[in-house]
Design a binder for this molecule. Structure first.
Ligand SMILES: [Zn+2]
Length: 162
């Protein structure tokens, strides 16, 4: 493909690709804002190990559930420092929304009635099965392996081994 091919996925200075912005049948949707605007993938440059993990988990998820999973911040192009985090610079860290019982592709916090704990635990288990997960940060109670961390009520943060 030519460099200026509009179908060529954006690639950064690390040669990391932007996560494909969720074709309808991919099993996931993308969310996130950067500097107050929809990020449109700006915050979704993924290390190849992370890219493989997301696509694989979404595929596995799609086989068991009709709802799509919400994929958020990964890293900015070139791994530059995001204004809101010290982390999320390696392309090996990812924010994911908990599942909602109503399937709406919207934010949910773990204490809200639409939070689907069982499915969220299942999704975390899929990441642990199909990706080299070293850490999961999330405040929702009673999920194996997960550590609590300030601010992690409406998403879980996954870190992979590079
Ligand atoms: Zn995070």
């Amino acid at each position: 493909m030519a460099e200026d091919d509009p179908l060529r996925p954006p690639q950064d200075s690390r040669r990391f690709f932007m996560l494909p912005q969720a074709p309808m049948d991919s099993g996931y949707y993308v969310y996130g804002n950067f500097r107050g605007r929809p990020a449109k993938g700006a915050y979704q440059f993924a290390h190849p190990i992370m890219m493989t993990a997301i696509l694989r988990v979404a595929l596995e998820w799609q086989a068991i559930d009709k709802r799509r999973i919400g994929i958020g911040d990964i890293s900015l192009a070139g791994g530059s420092r995001p204004p809101d985090h010290d982390s999320h610079r390696s392309g090996l860290e990812l924010d994911v929304r908990p599942l909602r019982k109503d399937g709406h592709e919207e934010s949910i916090r773990w204490w809200e009635p639409q939070y689907d704990k069982e499915s969220t635990a299942k999704l975390i288990e899929l990441f642990r099965t199909f990706a080299p997960v070293v850490t999961v940060l999330f405040n929702g109670p009673d999920i194996p392996f997960v550590n609590h961390y300030a601010g992690h009520d409406d998403h879980f943060h996954i870190k992979l081994r590079g």
